[in-house]
Design a protein around this ligand. Structure first.
Ligand SMILES: [Zn+2]
Length: 254
């Protein structure tokens, strides 16, 4: 056999292994037989001292709101109790994750970015420690008032996500909402808001079967906002004002 052939066979083997591993890991996490385990890696997005200081004060405790949200919501949707979710701050990473493709996204461009993202995750974090764990790369920015951050992205295949967050204490509750939203994407949940950002009825409603349709009092986490009128939705203050709706629960296997 020529060297070229051996090389192609080896490459194919690696691809099959990666695909098999991804599939198996996804099945394992979504079977809910084990506790949900999440590693959070912080990235100083602007490279500033303020960003470094914000990251330095983070601890596991900063993300426990998210674990509590999962435990509470699982108890609402599942007959059988789940073991408590484990969310830990796994460390800081110097290199920023690859930028997602902007504008029109073709299938090929999305696939290429997804491969880049997984290579980055493989390269930047310990391998064995993260088998069966979701890895979220939270990029902290100082941000400018009224200027939205880059879009966050949760990848279903590969159990990895990139979250853009604010390096500000007063934004911590909002950061945890965005982190939870992307975490749920990696578990297979879909977005539930329309082009205007308005929650879609009934899937984007936290409690679509209870009481009056408007105003709602909680945000469905994949819709991101509380529908108070057919044409108006407000941002929830924290995760306590969010819930996993019936459709999201179904999508993630609850
Ligand atoms: Zn989303």
């Amino acid at each position: 056999m020529s060297f070229r052939k051996i090389r192609i066979i080896l490459l194919l083997l690696i691809l099959v292994l990666v695909a098999g591993m991804t599939y198996w890991e996804g099945m394992l996490v979504r079977s809910w037989l084990r506790p949900l385990e999440v590693s959070i890696y912080a990235v100083n997005g602007d490279g500033t001292d303020a960003g470094a200081a914000y990251i330095a004060q983070l601890s596991d405790e900063s993300f426990q709101e998210i674990a509590a949200f999962f435990d509470q919501q699982a108890a609402r949707h599942r007959l059988k109790k789940l073991p408590p979710a484990r969310i830990k701050l796994a460390g800081e990473i110097r290199q920023a994750p690859p930028a997602p493709p902007g504008g029109e996204r073709g299938v090929l461009i999305s696939l290429l970015w997804s491969l880049k993202m997984r290579y980055y995750a493989f390269h930047a974090t310990p391998f064995w420690e993260n088998v069966g764990r979701i890895r979220l790369f939270v990029v902290y920015h100082e941000g400018e008032d009224g200027k939205p951050l880059q879009h966050s992205l949760g990848l279903r295949k590969g159990l990895v996500g990139v979250v853009h967050a604010f390096a500000k204490t007063e934004q911590s509750a909002q950061n945890n909402i965005v982190i939870t939203h992307e975490l749920l994407h990696t578990l297979g949940a879909s977005d539930k808001y329309d082009a205007q950002g308005q929650p879609v009825y009934p899937d984007g409603f936290a409690h679509p079967d209870e009481g009056e349709r408007y105003p709602q009092h909680a945000a469905e986490i994949m819709a991101g906002r509380i529908a108070v009128r057919p044409d108006r939705a407000i941002i929830p203050a924290n995760l306590a004002a969010c819930a996993v709706g019936p459709k999201t629960a179904y999508e993630i296997g609850w």
